[in-house]
Design a protein around this ligand. Structure first.
Ligand code: SF4
Length: 371
């Protein structure tokens, strides 16, 4: 019996329209991008720019800043000009800040037109201004701020309620011919969130911004986001992601990047394949893996390093990796590209792996395959 062909990737991307958030394309065939949000007061321009620089260094591609006050709105022009990555202004209820954000050169604005519908003609004016400036709008529906009518109709923030609300918000812009939109429908429960995005993906062709809102502290939030984004991205749903953690925003970016790399949606960088250790381990695998990880931190090449505790799976995994060690009897067999190149005493394993990793990385850089 033959095996069916299994595709190398998880699923084709959902076909979505492409929008431009500054220089970063979102949707269509653009790679899934990673974004985050600053935690500083936006009006504090120095600290905000400092945090944006840190986010940029960690691989963040788009940054959002909150804009609850006039002082924050006044800071947008400087921040948008000096930021290395596109800035999205996050605005609720205040149409005047939306115009200011567009004039300030923000790459996009997050605003829900339902919030400002009560101001006559403001939605139309925003559509006109955003259209003229080429500024896309993110419509972000959250379980916590769901429109009253949907809450009354559905009783709570169900997937249907979130999607109906988002599509209604979109229709307020569509009435004025504006479709330069991306959408999020966030919920803190990954099951509700996944179903909401699945439904939304069927009902429109706008690019989708994935997020599990209020996902929680780093450990819980990482898992919730990885599970929910993994489910959706593996079905081809999702064009840009934001991991929300009660942790420094650079952590959100690291997790987001790791999710994309794990799903094969981004070239993997450094990957440490270490065994969980068991009663057969003849070295302290945790310590070894931690030391190798620390020694190779910041390495920017798609390098797979195997750190294995014994000779059962050790040689096999170490052979599959670019570089690896299989430990046993107080020694480590060092593998490079599947060949044992040397055997070193346990005390030399870490430094030997780091040395060899540097050599391989140098060669990769010469060959132009650094990530
Ligand atoms: Fe246990 Fe060896 Fe497998 Fe590590 S490689 S988990 S030590 S059997």
């Amino acid at each position: 019996l033959g095996m069916p062909d299994v595709p190398a990737k998880l699923a084709d991307r959902r076909v979505s329209r492409k929008i431009q958030v500054g220089p970063v394309a979102v949707g269509g065939d653009a790679p899934v991008s990673v974004q985050s949000m600053t935690t500083t007061r936006t009006a504090d321009i120095g600290p905000t720019l400092q945090q944006i620089a840190e986010l940029t260094a960690s691989g963040c591609q788009i940054v959002r800043v909150a804009c609850p006050t006039q002082d924050d709105a006044d800071a947008l022009a400087t921040i948008a000009r000096k930021s290395q990555i596109p800035v999205i202004a996050d605005i609720h209820f205040q149409p005047k800040y939306v115009f200011q954000a567009i004039d300030a050169g923000c790459a996009a604005v997050r605003v829900n037109p339902g919030n400002i519908k009560q101001f006559d003609d403001k939605v139309k004016e925003i559509a006109t201004a955003a259209s003229a400036a080429g500024t896309p709008i993110r419509i972000g529906v959250n379980a916590g701020s769901l429109d009253k009518r949907q809450l009354e109709k559905y009783g709570k923030a169900t997937p249907e309620a979130l999607v109906e609300s988002a599509l209604w918000e979109c229709s307020l812009f569509e009435e004025h011919g504006f479709r330069d939109i991306k959408i999020s429908v966030k919920h803190n429960d990954p099951v509700v969130m996944v179903n909401a995005y699945r439904l939304l993906a069927q009902r429109c062709d706008y690019p989708l911004h994935l997020g599990v809102t209020e996902a929680g502290p780093a450990f819980q939030g990482t898992i919730k986001s990885a599970v929910a984004f993994g489910a959706l991205l593996s079905e081809g749903i999702g064009d840009t992601i934001r991991v929300s953690l009660s942790a420094p925003p650079a952590e959100e970016v690291k997790v987001g990047i790791q999710i994309l790399e794990s799903l094969g949606l981004r070239q993997r960088g450094l990957e440490i394949v270490s065994c969980p250790s068991c009663g057969r381990a003849q070295v302290d695998v945790y310590k070894l893996a931690d030391e190798v990880t620390a020694g190779l931190e910041g390495m920017d090449v798609p390098l797979r390093v195997a750190v294995m505790g014994c000779v059962v799976n050790g040689p096999g995994e170490a052979r599959e990796a670019d570089l690896g060690v299989a430990s046993g009897n107080g020694k480590g067999q060092i593998f490079v590209k599947g060949e044992v190149i040397k055997t070193v005493p346990e005390s030399k394993i870490v430094e030997t792996l780091i040395d060899e990793a540097m050599k391989i990385a140098e060669q990769m850089e010469k060959d132009g395959i650094a990530s």
